[in-house]
Write a protein that binds this ligand. Sequence first.
Ligand SMILES: [Mg+2]
Length: 414
Amino acid sequence: MVPDRSKLIFLADMESFYASVETSLNPAWRGKPVVVCGDPERRRGIVLAASKEAKAYGIKTGFLAGEYRRLCPEVILVKPRMHTYLQFSLRIMEIFRQFSDRVLPYSIDELFLDMTGCEKLFGPPQEMAREMIRRVWEETGIRCRIGIGENPLQAKMACDCFAKKSSEGIFALNHENYAFYTWPLPVSSLFGVGSRMESHFQRMAIRTIGHLARLPRESLRRRWGVNGEILWLNAHGIDYSTISPATASEEQKGVSHNMTLPRDYVKESEIKVVLLELCEEVCFRARALGKMGRTVSVYCRGADFRHSSGFLRQQRLPEPTAAAHQVYPWVLDLFFRHWDRKPLRALGIRLSSLTDCREVQLSLFDNREKTEALYRAMDLVRAKFGRTSLFRASSLTAGAQLFDRANKIGGHEA
Ligand SMILES: [Mg+2]
């Protein structure tokens, strides 16, 4: 397959997102070390985000905040307010939507944009990026950085490896300069290389992205299958994925999210947590597309492969919504009415019969206290550890374990 080089893809990333939101809401903190952490009163709070000034003291995401009070007595510790961060995230997305209708949220503080063909409207790529950064700064007080590429991978690499380190916050990679800039970097900076792959590579004396790129594609495929091949493609700056908004057929199909569980689930309380997470995810995606749904479906598959069990059931909602706390009770009702109490291997939720909801987006977060607490906990976990992290929800109570994992999971550098 020949790579498509005609596309113009941006990845925008917000600097120290949670800490920047806090500083934006408390301007007196500007220029000071601000740390958002799980539990500021107790010494065991985990650092979720640190401002640039806090990072200068060596404060890192995932570490215990108490440790740093000694190093940096003037550090300002703040409790996370996840729904506020989500609101900022949606506001920022709205700003970017004024530049392109092809916006894909990647995490709470990162999004991809397809800017192909927008030069006539907004000028050359660097100028577009400057204008976006200015708008986000003026309207939210948050600094954003933009990576530019011919595909999502190049944009992501441009942002993570270069734009974040440059003073302007903009960097562009393309098929001509990709090797020049990225090949000298340590192999761990390549998108997709986790700590396990890194140690494999260390043993093979593959230290840089260039070392990896020069291996035969075939040998990586033989050794690690598709994953090996994808890493080889990444090392060459090749990525066949695209950024596309909801198409007409997707609108009919709706937004869905399925999860293969990390083990068999049979406890009601655990299943409820997964269903809530799925509701949150699906509603987040619907909101990101500016949509609400009128129908919700629940899917599950039993763990016993010899006796295939499971179901797919749907329910019409009283009114269109993209709010998880409104969808969740219907999902629970559907699920527990049909579940045969046998262990589960997979769960999924779909929101369909979609309609536009731009004008109500920000009013989705009302203050129902009961659901609010759950929201915050779930959003915290998901925003921090990504979509597949659900089973780590329990780690919120097990500090040591979370602490350990937070350092290993590199996905989201806040
Ligand atoms: Mg960020």
